[in-house]
Design a protein around this ligand. Structure first.
Ligand code: GTP
Ligand code: MG
Length: 231
């Protein structure tokens, strides 16, 4: 069965006399079931990260995670991505090609926390690393920095087990601050950001990196000094 575009009932029934109410209902149930798997995968990853946060805090008396966000891509943006990337629009193709339906973002205090969290996650038995993009070592020309992992995690459903991909973005507070502003500006100008603003953004990214490096150095200093009260 193909997943026609767009998904609205009206256009599905308009697209061919052979598509009946039953077909639409079946399609919708299939889609809801499909999307639920990604929601469960997000739940699992968030549980894992919360466990790491609590355990790390307990073991090291230090919390490397500032906050966690997650998002489930809407069916509309899944279809939009298929259109943009020329993927076939059926569930099998979406499953194989669109690997960022489930997204989790981990925001850390310090640059060095990023690799720690990455290693703690990737080292887990039930997590398979499918792809990794290091936009910190190789920042994007606009200044974007973040570590992206595409992992796969088993989701135990009532009648089967699915391996579900999740995109995990790990970045510092400064990188996150920059990315959310850049995102807002990009949308405000619908992608056509004026050149002067683009170069200001690149400058701001430099400043963010500078701040991250300063904070990291300070953090190391404090970390390696014995109890400050005793001096
Ligand atoms: P998408 O088709 O957008 O998913 O990109 P991709 O498959 O080429 O992957 P990539 O790793 O480049 O980007 C994935 C996600 O990272 C995006 O959906 C954004 O959330 C984030 N991202 C990547 N580049 C930028 C950027 O320049 N600015 C901001 N604000 N976010 C970015
Ligand atoms: Mg994406």
């Amino acid at each position: 069965r193909t997943w026609h575009s767009p998904t609205s009932e009206a256009s599905l029934s308009e697209s061919g006399a052979s598509v009946g109410v039953e077909d639409v209902r079946f399609l919708r149930e299939q889609l809801v079931d499909f999307m639920l798997g990604y929601k469960f995968a997000i739940d699992e990853i968030i549980t894992k990260i919360n466990i790491l946060r609590e355990d790390f805090n307990h073991t090291n008396e230090y919390n490397p995670i500032e906050h966690i966000n997650s998002r489930l891509k809407s069916p509309e943006s899944v279809l939009e991505k298929c259109r943009r990337k020329n993927y076939r629009m059926d569930l099998a193709s979406i499953r194989d090609n669109v690997l960022d339906i489930a997204g989790v973002r981990v925001v850390c205090s310090f640059i060095s926390d990023i690799a720690k969290i990455r290693d703690m996650l990737v080292g887990q038995q039930d997590i398979t690393l499918l792809a990794e993009r290091d936009y910190i070592t190789n920042r994007k020309p606009n200044g974007y920095q973040s570590l992206h992992l595409i992992v796969s995690i088993p989701v135990f459903r009532s009648n089967r087990t699915d391996n579900v991909p999740v995109e995990i973005q790990i970045r510092t507070i400064a990188m996150d601050f920059w990315a959310s502003l850049e995102h807002k500006i990009y949308y405000k100008y619908r992608g056509a950001v004026p050149p002067n603003l683009l170069s200001e953004l690149t400058n701001a990214a430099e400043a963010a990196t500078h701040l991250d490096e300063k904070m990291e150095a300070l953090h190391r200093l404090v970390d390696h000094t014995s109890d400050p009260g005793s001096r």
